[in-house]
Write a protein that binds this ligand. Structure first.
Ligand code: NAP
Length: 259
């Protein structure tokens, strides 16, 4: 039996809540969707490919979790509209986790083409802003809620191997967190972000394969699990974090982020 199912079966922090998680058919998004559902939320997952949505739904529903899902490429306005429509059918949104992200060709920023730059900014930064904006009426309908953006440790310190254009987009999310937290507070909506380090997913495969140096900047000398991030995201969405807004939490095993 999955560890969390055993320990969390009595935890119902999110009973009656509706959580929308983008980019949630594998990796950090899937772990986050699972955690919210295990703790009582009705969860809506999405990603770009129908097959991935079907597979993830099958897995989560077989675990007895209350999860539904649909295709939504976050950079496509019409697909975001479908996602909002789906959430509306359930009565609104309490928690929005903007996890989907793109980093098509990691490498030096000088090699970043205009089309690559656009793809990175459209998916990571522009879509995060617009989906938050489009979700606002649904979150207000619920009397408030929580928005969480997915940044990265690279938002603080760019690394050539990861790609600085990706870092630029994710640093933008830190300011978006601050800006939206300021404007949404009056609606009882908290806005925060998380900045993971090296997490064991397909997305980080290129870094995980670097056997020589992969842990050299990590004080804990190991990579993190998707569940390490899911736990912090659910904390930020929970009542325990009711006095936290406009903040970013680094989840990187002690990698350098700031003073
Ligand atoms: P992952 O395992 O590759 O999973 C990515 C998920 O997002 C998949 O479900 C994918 O499914 C979906 N997706 C990709 N592009 C999408 C789009 N445009 N619209 C909607 N869904 C999309 O990646 P991950 O490591 O969990 O990464 C998730 C987030 O964490 C990203 O924003 C990434 O920048 C951030 N992050 C990751 C790490 C790390 O070390 N892994 C560190 C820092 C930050 P489809 O292919 O079906 O779309």
């Amino acid at each position: 039996m999955n560890l969390c199912v055993r320990h969390c079966s009595q935890i119902t922090r999110f009973n009656g809540k509706i959580a929308v998680i983008t980019g949630s058919t594998q990796g950090i998004g899937l772990a986050t969707a699972r955690r919210f559902a295990q703790e009582g939320a009705k969860v809506i997952i999405c990603s770009r490919k129908q097959q991935n949505v079907d597979d993830a739904l099958k897995t989560l529903n077989n675990e007895g979790l209350d999860v539904t899902g649909l295709v939504c490429h976050v950079a496509k306005e019409d697909e975001r509209r479908n996602l909002i429509y789906e959430a509306e059918k359930f009565g609104g949104i309490d928690i929005l986790v903007q996890n989907a992200g793109a980093n098509p060709k990691p490498g030096p920023i000088i090699d970043c083409s205009e089309s690559m730059w656009n793809k990175i900014m459209d998916t990571n930064l522009k879509a995060s802003f617009f989906l938050a904006k489009e979700s606002l009426p649904l979150i207000r309908k619920r009397g408030g809620g929580s928005i969480i953006f997915m940044s990265t440790i690279g938002a603080y310190v760019p690394r050539k191997k990861v790609g600085a254009a990706y870092s630029v987009s994710k640093t933008g999310l830190l300011m978006l967190t601050k800006a939206m937290a300021g404007e949404f507070a009056e609606y009882n909506i908290r806005v925060n972000s998380v900045a993971p380090g090296l997490i064991e997913t397909n997305f980080a495969q290129i870094l995980l394969e670097d056997s020589e140096k992969k842990y050299e900047e990590i004080l804990l000398n190991r990579s993190g699990k998707p569940e390490s991030v899911a736990g912090v995201i659910t904390f930020l969405a929970s009542q325990d974090a009711e006095y936290i807004t406009g903040e970013n939490i680094v989840i990187a095993g002690g990698m350098t982020s700031r003073l």
